[in-house]
Design a protein around this ligand. Structure first.
Ligand SMILES: Cc1ncc(COP(=O)(O)O)c(C=O)c1O
Length: 457
């Protein structure tokens, strides 16, 4: 925790930093400078801005900071690791922390997901998992399996692979033929008429929306050509859209029937957001690969990864039986794969989450959040849906004709002005606070969002 004096000393003006050189990601850069949102410190549930304002972190800093900001055990582990082994090459050698972190993650992962490939972000995890899928099929003599299936409005980061299987139009539209050529997308999983309001339950659809996959997409490409299907268990970046009851189990069955790998992108749903280790556990479905990032280090140091099944790993090793001992089985990896400091952070974070029983807390506070959102936001002007599950919820508003996304952006800006950081996603405002959140924080978040929605009616 910063002392009052330290915080006062931080109190800056815009002249203290030159904003001419930092091109901000996924941000309207032209307007940012007129109204900059610049953090200089954080502790627990709150940030301090350059001009000394306290802002409540209603989104775990983009789904990352689940244990809250400035957690001593994590900071200490990082400092200790820096003083012990700051960095070591990841190729043809490794470090003790990487083995320990991989073991912890593999133990948390369901089924036979036991082999961890590390990287530094969710985007890299997406591309890594797609490459593993192609390499695996080729190793088994099925190199013709090179079609990927994603889903409309899915988000798998910004690499060319993840962007191609992703389904968010704005992220894709300027990249034309640079996107992977053999990709198709399943339809989206939201029914705005029958399931606009959902709280801690799975929407039950009358219709089987995976018939489209079975009857149209698989025959179109021929199922024998399909390498993998990739989905987020809950569509996070699009705005916390929940799958219909039984959807993921049926997706697993379809993939099994046709020899297609199933990849869960759990960058958001992983490590407790749904009150259990992974979305895979929540829905009782074991994928062939599970992508993670964000919460694994509480966001404090970049890290991502893919947990692969033993079946995939063994097939890749088997394909090299008889090849010389220096032969590399998978030509892939990053300079920072299994970085010792990131791994030390992950070990500390996963230990802390367990010690403080923060997943259990996420379940409890998720109900508090959902209750507060449904009772405080339903019926407000332009609100057309509220979806809550785990420790996350989204309120959806009617789009302003001709100005998609503007209402959510305006609400986000007003909330920030009033001291709460929320996440605009399309026409949604998403709330996904750290697991340490208290009821008073939730009430504040919801009240501030409600006022902003009224203000922009
Ligand atoms: C499901 C999912 N996959 C991948 C990513 C990309 O992660 P990163 O921004 O770390 O590259 C995100 C980021 O929000 C995500 O939500």
């Amino acid at each position: 925790m910063n002392t009052d004096r330290e915080l006062k000393e931080m109190n800056m003006t815009l002249q203290d930093f030159n904003m001419n050189h930092h091109w901000l990601p996924f941000t309207p850069n032209r307007s940012f400078q007129q109204d900059p949102r610049v953090f200089v410190a954080a502790d627990g549930m709150h940030f301090t801005t350059y001009d000394g304002k306290q802002v409540l972190d209603g989104i775990s800093s983009l789904w990352c900071v689940t244990a809250g900001h400035n957690r001593k055990p994590i900071n200490e582990a990082i400092k200790k690791q820096l003083d012990t082994l700051d960095y070591a090459t990841a190729f043809q050698a490794s470090n003790d922390q990487a083995f320990k972190a991989a073991e912890m993650i593999a133990h948390m992962a369901p089924g036979d997901l036991n082999k961890v490939l590390f990287c530094s972000s969710g985007s890299e995890a997406a591309d890594t998992s797609l490459k593993v899928a192609l390499a695996y099929h080729r190793a088994r003599g099925e190199g013709h399996r090179n079609v990927f299936i994603g889903r409309e409005r899915g988000y798998h980061g910004v690499g060319f692979g993840g962007m191609s299987v992703g389904g968010i139009p704005a992220n894709r539209k300027v990249y034309g033929t640079a996107l992977l050529p053999r990709v198709d997308h399943m339809r989206f999983i939201h029914d705005p008429v029958n399931h606009a309001y959902i709280h801690n339950q799975e929407p039950v659809w009358q219709e089987d929306i995976l018939l489209e996959l079975e009857n149209r997409i698989l025959p179109l490409h021929d199922a024998s050509n399909i390498a993998a299907v990739i989905v987020e268990p809950v569509a996070g970046s699009a705005g916390w859209y929940l799958p219909p009851q039984g959807y993921l189990k049926r997706l697993r069955e379809i993939c099994d029937k046709h020899g297609i790998l199933l990849i869960f992108d759990e960058v958001i749903t992983g490590f407790g957001r749904m009150g259990v280790n992974f979305g895979a556990d929540y829905y009782g479905v074991v994928p062939d690969m599970l992508n993670f990032a964000k919460g694994v280090t509480n966001g404090v140091i970049p890290m991502g990864g893919v947990v692969c099944s033993d079946r995939i790993y063994n097939a890749m090793m088997k394909a090299h039986e008889g090849s010389p001992e220096h032969a590399i089985e998978f030509f892939h990896g990053y300079t920072y794969s299994g970085h010792p400091v990131a791994c030390a952070a992950a070990i500390a974070v996963l230990t802390l989450l367990k010690e403080e029983k923060l997943f259990e807390r996420a379940v409890h506070m998720g109900t508090v959040l959902g209750d507060a959102m449904h009772s405080g936001l339903k019926g407000l002007p332009n609100v057309i849906g509220i979806r809550s599950l785990g420790l996350a919820g989204a309120v959806e508003m009617a789009s302003i004709p001709g100005a998609p996304g503007k209402r959510a952006y305006d609400v986000f800006m007003t909330c920030f002005y009033n001291g709460v950081l929320v996440r605009p996603a399309g026409e949604n405002i998403v709330l996904c606070p750290p697991f340490i959140v208290e009821k008073e924080h939730i009430d504040r978040m919801v009240n501030v969002v409600a006022d902003a929605i009224r203000q922009h009616a």
